[in-house]
Design a protein around this ligand. Structure first.
Ligand SMILES: [Zn+2]
Length: 236
């Protein structure tokens, strides 16, 4: 069916990015086809300056194809508090007061560096999807919730979801609560460092994600019988 052999990992990335529908996936899949040329018995990537495939190049092309951030959708959900929905929505729209956003509004700042890693300027994209600190947290969480590896290039990949969470299975709802809790707790931790000069702690973030997601899953998603010990083992 497909005209060339994309590597399994690249297929997984493409599928994750365009998982909205089978038709959408196939349309995008064939768009990507044009980014490769056959050369010396193999396929070469032509999406970037050179002929070497790069995730950065793929990401740039996908983001260009995906349109502006304002087109991204966020579905408000009562499974988490309104403040968490609001944060997630603002993150998607790049409307949180990150240092780069504050600089655009002429707010005087000591520096523009990410308070977690100090290796990059602080944007909402970086805090939630690019930073080594948050990537570590996501990697632990994906193992905890027994999910396939999270493949994401941006906060959009993390937060945007066309599925109505209310119609999801118990496990799907639980994972959704965990993802939103993680965004919430990363932002809390960021604010602790910036405003209270605390040292960052991945363990604290992970502890808080488990605690808040448990409470919200139990009481807001209406699964009152779930027990803490089952939650921490993610046996649902
Ligand atoms: Zn960082």
């Amino acid at each position: 069916m497909h005209r060339f052999n994309m590597s399994i990992s690249l297929k997984l990335i493409v599928f994750k990015l365009f998982h909205k529908s089978k038709e959408e996936f196939e349309r995008k899949f064939f768009q990507l086809d044009s980014l490769f040329v056959q050369s010396e018995g193999g396929w070469k990537w032509i999406g970037d300056e050179g002929l070497n495939f790069s995730v950065k190049g793929l990401r740039r092309l996908i983001q260009e194809a995906a349109g502006s951030v304002a087109d991204w959708k966020y579905r408000r959900w009562k499974g988490v508090p309104g403040k968490v929905n609001l944060l997630a929505w603002r993150v998607l729209l790049d409307r949180i007061p990150s240092k780069i956003q504050l600089q655009k509004r002429n707010v005087p700042l000591v520096d523009l560096w990410c308070p977690f890693c100090g290796d990059a300027e602080e944007t909402s994209e970086h805090i939630f999807s690019g930073c080594s600190f948050s990537c570590y947290v996501w990697s632990v969480i994906e193992q905890w919730v027994k999910a396939p590896p999270f493949l994401f290039f941006s906060v959009k990949d993390i937060l945007e979801d066309d599925k109505d969470p209310r119609k999801g299975s118990k496990v799907e709802q639980a994972r959704k609560v965990v993802v939103l809790s993680c965004v919430w707790c990363l932002w809390l931790e960021r604010n602790r460092i910036v405003f209270k000069s605390c040292l960052s702690s991945r363990e604290r973030v992970l502890r808080e994600v488990k605690m808040w997601s448990f409470l919200w899953f139990k009481f807001r998603c209406n699964f009152p019988l779930v027990k803490w010990e089952d939650w921490v083992a993610f046996n649902l």
